[in-house]
Design a protein around this ligand. Structure first.
Ligand code: GEK
Length: 242
């Protein structure tokens, strides 16, 4: 069971920029479930997607794996055995925690947890690449080349799942979705001060883009088809097919 996230109840002034450190890793499952609308459904459906698209003798990548929830869903959903699941994160605390938990379970299609920067990681022989709420933390000027690298590392028929927080061009839509997100957090037990502190901490760290910016980037990288398969308020998941 994950510890309850109370990290932003009392913080210094000004609030420090958000980091994926040990304190965050300890509360991460609670934090992400109470903060990201649709997160449990996104994770659960990755198992379905993996079972449909994973190809034998291929690699599956989970880029920015945190505690490995996406990799675990993929591992459980796989109906073939000969896949190599590679889960990468550049947070030492996250990877240490993954390795501790994973060593307890003996599973088909082992997950290889790697400490590394997704900007430096080689992507090859991939039938499925998942980037679940991680591109938003990558500097905007590095995103095009990263998506292109993912496209190039995919096999024909391979797919890329990209989940992100988004913004909208339309002010009314933006305000409505942001309000609903904020209300969800309140209903999940965060108080207004905690929500405001976390927003300050994430301000220059998490940079969301619009749906059309993401789709244009996916098309420009070469994907033959790219569309939204899940959306909940201001969070969305895309499927892009090579
Ligand atoms: C999930 N996918 O549970 N290289 C590697 N990892 C990175 C980088 C980078 N350059 N930048 C950030 N990260 C997970 C949730 S969380 C999303 C992903 C969130 C890692 C960072 O350390 C963190 O673990 C993860 O990306 C983002 O499905 O907290 O909103």
């Amino acid at each position: 069971m994950s510890k309850k996230d109370t990290l932003y109840k009392a913080v210094g002034d000004p609030v420090k920029p958000f980091e994926f450190n040990q304190r965050v890793a300890e509360v991460f499952p609670d934090m992400i479930e109470r903060s990201v609308p649709g997160y449990p459904l996104t994770i659960a459906m990755l198992g379905v997607i993996a079972s449909e698209y994973a190809q034998q003798y291929s690699n599956i990548y989970d880029l920015g794996c945190s505690l490995g929830a996406a990799s675990e869903a993929i591992q459980q959903g796989l109906t073939i055995k000969e896949c190599n699941i590679i889960a990468i994160d550049n947070s030492q605390a996250m990877i240490d925690s993954c390795r501790k938990t994973a060593s307890q379970a003996e599973q088909k299609n082992k997950i290889n947890f790697e400490l590394g920067d997704v900007l430096q990681t080689k992507i090859e022989n991939a039938s499925l690449v998942v980037m679940n709420f991680t591109l938003q933390f990558i500097p905007v000027d590095k995103r095009d080349s990263l998506i292109k690298k993912i496209y190039q590392g995919l096999l024909p028929g391979g797919i890329f799942i990209l989940s992100e927080k988004i913004v909208f061009d339309d002010d009314a839509e933006n305000n409505t979705m942001s309000e609903l997100h904020l209300h969800m957090k309140e209903m999940n037990g965060y108080d207004l001060l905690e929500i405001a502190n976390k927003r300050d901490a994430l301000e220059k760290v998490l940079i969301p883009e619009t749906i059309s910016t993401h789709l244009q980037r996916l098309n420009k990288a070469g994907f033959s088809k790219a569309f939204v398969w899940l959306k909940c308020f201001n969070f969305v998941s895309f499927i892009a097919i090579k």
